[in-house]
Design a protein around this ligand. Structure first.
Ligand code: NAP
Length: 279
């Protein structure tokens, strides 16, 4: 129940109506009898600054940030953790004594999701499609594990920037996303990470690539979960974006509450809401 002293968390983005984060957090808070609530707010680009100031004024205990604000918000915060600073993108904000602190959990959330499927992202050939905030975070994290990474993006310059910021020991290359680069990249990849909002099946049909070409890939990991996706016939299997979502929620919980997150409870909150497990 919301009371006079309920602590508030929120989500800023546009759109946010599809978000499953409120389900995960509010069910978990309720089950643990925590006097906290998580409320999503539709915040358009022009209103982000006022929304950040509102979070300060109203004393939100922390909030998440999603598309299209993850880069723009960087300038509006008082400090950034090392990862958020290096990639210039924030998805979690904490209210601290020294003001609003920005974090980015995309890379860590993705790695935890991959490992939960038994995929050890070390010395692997990884093809990343997309070069936005999520791709940036993932490539940076994956490049520290000695992987051989190729980044393909519609806008070549952004793929180059992602590759340039990856400072790890692995090999990294980039190119423009088109039919031939995607077909070639898929030939021997252990993992395809699709960090665009478009499902892999749709991307392939838009580029006129036969869906069975994907069979040569070990795993496919679509990050987006807000559009229905046709299954693709991959070699080993698909990594669900929902697994990453729950890991990200757990990381936010730990940043905000300063204690280990109840991961199993958070995961089952979403599973019960959806009426099925996604693994
Ligand atoms: N499961 C999770 O927990 C989780 C976590 C983070 C993100 N996500 C999802 O991951 C996706 C990417 O997030 P983001 O923050 O990186 O977004 P972003 O910064 O807006 O980047 C989007 C990327 O997708 C590319 N793109 C967009 N539409 C495309 C299309 N039709 N065909 C080819 N490429 C296209 C863009 O290319 P250009 O550079 O050419 O514009 C850009 O590289 C979103 O759907 C987001 O919801 C999920």
């Amino acid at each position: 129940m919301i009371k006079g002293d309920t602590r508030v968390h929120s989500l800023y983005g546009s759109p946010v109506a599809h978000s499953l984060s409120p389900v995960i957090f509010n069910t978990t808070f309720q089950k643990l009898s925590l006097n906290r609530a998580y409320v999503p707010f539709e915040v358009i680009r022009d209103n982000l600054k006022q929304a950040v100031e509102a979070a300060r004024t109203l004393g939100f205990d922390g909030f998440n940030v999603t598309m299209p604000h993850k880069t723009a918000i960087v300038e509006m915060l008082d400090r950034l953790d090392k990862t958020a600073e290096k990639i210039g993108s924030v998805n979690t904000v904490a209210q601290t004594k020294s003001g609003l602190a920005g974090y980015n959990t995309d890379g860590e959330g993705a790695i935890r999701a991959l490992r939960s499927y038994g995929f050890e992202p070390n010395n692997k050939r990884i093809l990343v499609v997309g070069a936005g905030g999520a791709a940036q975070a993932l490539v940076k994290r994956l490049s520290s594990e000695n992987n051989n990474i190729r980044v393909l993006n519609r806008t070549l310059d952004k793929a180059r920037q992602v590759a340039d910021k990856a400072t790890g020991t692995g090999r990294i290359s980039y190119g423009e996303l088109d039919k031939s680069s995607l077909e070639k990249g898929m030939e021997d990849a252990d993992l395809l990470v699709n960090a665009t909002p478009t499902p892999t099946s749709t991307l392939m049909s838009q580029l006129e690539i036969l869906v069975n070409k994907v069979k040569s890939i070990g795993w496919v990991f679509d990050l987006a979960y807000d559009q229905p996706a046709e299954p693709v016939p991959v070699g080993r299997g698909t990594i669900s974006p929902l697994e990453m979502l729950v890991h990200q929620a757990a990381l936010s919980y730990e940043i905000w509450l300063g204690e280990t997150a109840p991961f199993a409870l958070m995961r089952s909150s979403l599973e019960n809401y959806l009426g099925k497990d996604w693994k």
